[in-house]
Write a protein that binds this ligand. Structure first.
Ligand SMILES: *Cc1c(COP(=O)(O)O)cnc(C)c1O
Length: 381
C-alpha cells in the first residue's frame, strides 16, 4: 500500500490484484492435462493492467511463454523478463525488421509464404545452426477469417519442403471465433480444420507444437488444448464461460473520488444533452472519472456504481451522460448518515465486474480493461 489515501482521493484509484492474476493462471493451468503448456497473452499492456508488473508475476508463477501483439511490445516485455521466457509476436514482423526481431529473441507469428521466405533468408543461421532460420510460428486460418494463412496457400506451402525444413517453425496456431459460445457449431468445424492442418504440417515438421485455445477455448474441453493454450482475458478476470458463473477472480477494482455532493432544489436535467432529469430533493454525487478514463460514454444512463460509506456499499445509478472527466451518480438512496461518510464510488470491484460494466456499455469486459486510461493512481497488490 504505497499510495496515500490523499492521492487516491484526488486521482481515482485503480487497484490491480497480481495475486488474483496468478490464481487465475493456476486455475487455467489446472484445466490442462499432461504436458499441455499454459502461456499468457499480455498484449496491449496486459489488457491495460500493466505488463511490466503482470508478466513478471506470471513468470514467477511458472509461466514461460508469453504472447504480445507488436514488436515494440515484445521488446518492452523482453526487458522485464528473464531470458528463459519465450515471447511471440501475434501480429508478426514488418518487412525489414526481421533481423532486429530475431536478435531480440522474439518469435514472430507469420501468416504468408512470402513472410516465411523473408524470415528464412534474413535470419538464416541467427539461431546458431547455419541451415536454420531463427525460430518462428505459423498462424493458419481455421475458419475465423482474420489473420492467418488460408487453406489454399497452406496446401501450396506444404509442397515447399526445403523452405519448411529451414524455417525453424516452433508452433502452428489458429484462433477460435466463437469459443465464448460453447454450443456454436463453428467451434467443432474449426477444431476439425485445425487438426487436419496440424497433421499435414507434422509430416514435414514432426516436432512443431500446436495451439488453438484462448481463454474460452480452454473451457471447451481437452480436445481444444493441443500442446499450448493462450489465455488472456480470463487471467484478468473476464468470464471465459459467459452463461455460467465466473470461475475467475476479479483483478481490477476502481474507486473514484466524489468531487461534489449536492441536493437539488428543483427538478433538473443532468449533463450534456439534458438526457435525464433528477427530481427536486435528489442528491447527486459528481465523481472524478469519465470517458477519457475508460468509463465508456455508452454506459450513460445504464451504468451504476457502489457508493462507499464506511463499511457499507450501496448501489447507485449513473445519471445523465458520462463526460470526459466526470460522471454523475444519483445517491438519493443513501441515508444522511451514509452520505456524510461518502468519499469514493466503486465502479469496478467485487460487486461490479468488468463483464458487468461491459454489458452496461453494450460491449465486452476486454474493451473495458483496455480503455482504463492512465490518469488513475495505480496500486499493485
Ligand atoms: C488476444 C488473443 C488471445 C487471447 O484471447 P482471450 O480471449 O483474451 O483469452 C489468444 N490468441 C490470439 C491469437 C489472440 O489474438
Amino acid at each position: 500500500m504505497s499510495v496515500t489515501i490523499c492521492e487516491s482521493e484526488r486521482e481515482g484509484l485503480l487497484t490491480i490484484d497480481l495475486g488474483a492474476v496468478v490464481e487465475n493462471y493456476q486455475w487455467l493451468r489446472a484445466q490442462l492435462k499432461g504436458a499441455t503448456e499454459c502461456s499468457a497473452v499480455v498484449k496491449a499492456d496486459a489488457y491495460g493492467l500493466g505488463v511490466a508488473q503482470v508478466a513478471p508475476a506470471l513468470f514467477a508463477a511458472g509461466c514461460r511463454s508469453f504472447f504480445v501483439a507488436t514488436q515494440r511490445e515484445g521488446e518492452a516485455l523482453r526487458s522485464v523478463l528473464p531470458a528463459e521466457a519465450t515471447i511471440y509476436l501475434l501480429t508478426g514482423v514488418r518487412p525489414g525488421c526481421e533481423r532486429d526481431c530475431a536478435q531480440a529473441c522474439l518469435i514472430p507469428v507469420l501468416v504468408t509464404t512470402e513472410q516465411l521466405q523473408r524470415w528464412c533468408e534474413l535470419t538464416l543461421g541467427l539461431g546458431g545452426d547455419a541451415s536454420l532460420a531463427a525460430p518462428a510460428a505459423l498462424k493458419v486460418d481455421s475458419g475465423m477469417t482474420r489473420l492467418g494463412m488460408g487453406a489454399e496457400e497452406f496446401t501450396e506451402l506444404l509442397a515447399q519442403e526445403s523452405l519448411l525444413r529451414s524455417a525453424n517453425l516452433q508452433l502452428i496456431l489458429s484462433h477460435l471465433a466463437c469459443a465464448d459460445e460453447a454450443g456454436h457449431a463453428q467451434n467443432l468445424e474449426q477444431l476439425s480444420a485445425f487438426t487436419g492442418m496440424v497433421g499435414q504440417l507434422r509430416q514435414v515438421c514432426p516436432n512443431v507444437r500446436a495451439s488453438l485455445a484462448n481463454s474460452a477455448g480452454i473451457c471447451l474441453g481437452d480436445e481444444f488444448h493441443f500442446d499450448l493454450v493462450r489465455p488472456g482475458s480470463a487471467l484478468y478476470g473476464v468470464n471465459p464461460t459467459p452463461v455460467q458463473p465466473n470461475p475467475m477472480r476479479p483483478v481490477a477494482s476502481l474507486h473514484l473520488p466524489v468531487l461534489q455532493l449536492r441536493q437539488l432544489s428543483r427538478d433538473s436535467a443532468v449533463g450534456y444533452g439534458a438526457t435525464q432529469t433528477a427530481v427536486a430533493g435528489s442528491w447527486l454525487a459528481v465523481v472524478r472519472g469519465g470517458y477519457a478514463d475508460g468509463l465508456l460514454r455508452a454506459q450513460s444512463g445504464r451504468g451504476w456504481g457502489m457508493a462507499i460509506a464506511g463499511n457499507e456499499r450501496i448501489r447507485v445509478p449513473m445519471l445523465g451522460r458520462v463526460s470526459m472527466d466526470t460522471t454523475v451518480f444519483d445517491v438519493s438512496g443513501l441515508s444522511d448518515e451514509q452520505r456524510a461518510k461518502l468519499v469514493l464510488i466503486e465502479v469496478l470491484g467485487q460487486a461490479i465486474t468488468v463483464d458487468d460494466m461491459g454489458e452496461a456499455a453494450g460491449t465486452i469486459g476486454y474493451e473495458i480493461l483496455t480503455s482504463l486510461g492512465h490518469r488513475y493512481c495505480r496500486q499493485y497488490r
